[in-house]
Each structure stands twice: as C-alpha cells, then as structure tokens.
Design a protein around this ligand. Sequence first.
Ligand code: FES
Length: 173
Amino acid sequence: MIKRFEKYLRDISLNIRRETELDMNRRGFVAASLGLIAVFFLSSIPFVAQAYRKTVEEKPDRIKIAGPDELRVGDSKTFAYPNPNDPAILVRVSEKEYRSYHIKCTHLQCPIYWDKTSGKLMCPCHNGFFSVEDGSVLAGPPQRSLPSIKLSIKKDGIYAVGVIHGTHGGKTV
Ligand code: FES
C-alpha cells in the first residue's frame, strides 16, 4: 500500500526523484552560471575592442581659427570646435608650430587655460597640468590627456580639421 502511494506521488511529481533533485539543481546552477559568463564575455567584446583602439578620430567640418600672423609665438586664442559647446584653445608654440586642444579638463571638466610663463596648460580647479606639446597629463588628478584638435596651416590662416581623442597628438599637419 505504501509502495503504491509512493509510486503515485512520484508520478504526480513528474518523476523527479529526491535523491537526484539536488544533483539536478547543482548542474542547472553551474550551467546557468556558465551561460551568464559567456553572455557577459561576448557582450563586452565591442567595448574591449574600442578601448584597445589607440585613437578615435572625428572629422567634422573644417573651420578657420586664426589669420596667418594673428598670434605671436607664445600667444593663444580660444575658439569653439566642432560645436559651440566644445571650447578649445590654439597656442602658437614656435614660429611655424601650433598646438590645439579641447579645454574641458579631463578630470571634472573645469576650463583649462594656457599659462605662457610656465609653458603649460593649467586647470585651476585641482591644479591639473597638461603638456602643450601633446596634451598629456603632467601633474594633478586628471588621468587622460586632452583631446587634440587637428590643424591645417594654410597661407591664409590656421584651420581646425578634426578632433583626435585618446592620443598624444595635436601637432600641425
Ligand atoms: S577639474 Fe581639472 S584638475 Fe580637477
């Protein structure tokens, strides 16, 4: 009688046996975990690939920033590029060389300025310093270099022709 009752209970419980139930749960848990890990791994591939690309170059419209002799060596000029809310700076570092960067600090977005005396780009908020040569961080809390503006020097003036993120560029072309 008891055996028949047990059989009846097993039948209505879809044949799940108590002794194997725990084993099934462990297997299910391991399979689900591996599946989740695989999904996370596969979905992160595009982001990892993006991080490994050294530079990301935008080629927005070309705009004229300054006339051919508008700046003397050591002088700077602010402008916006490529959009009105993207403040940038142009620095004439020698007779024939210019550098240009976005001036939102890569720490907490304070505006940086060109300090002609020290020859560095400075952020007054937390004493961040950037190299005018390549926009790299010299000191302070910022961890990333400044995005650089690609320049083109023509007879009639200096043009902004693109933005380079994640590099130590910014030299004239
Ligand atoms: S915002 Fe520039 S150093 Fe903090």
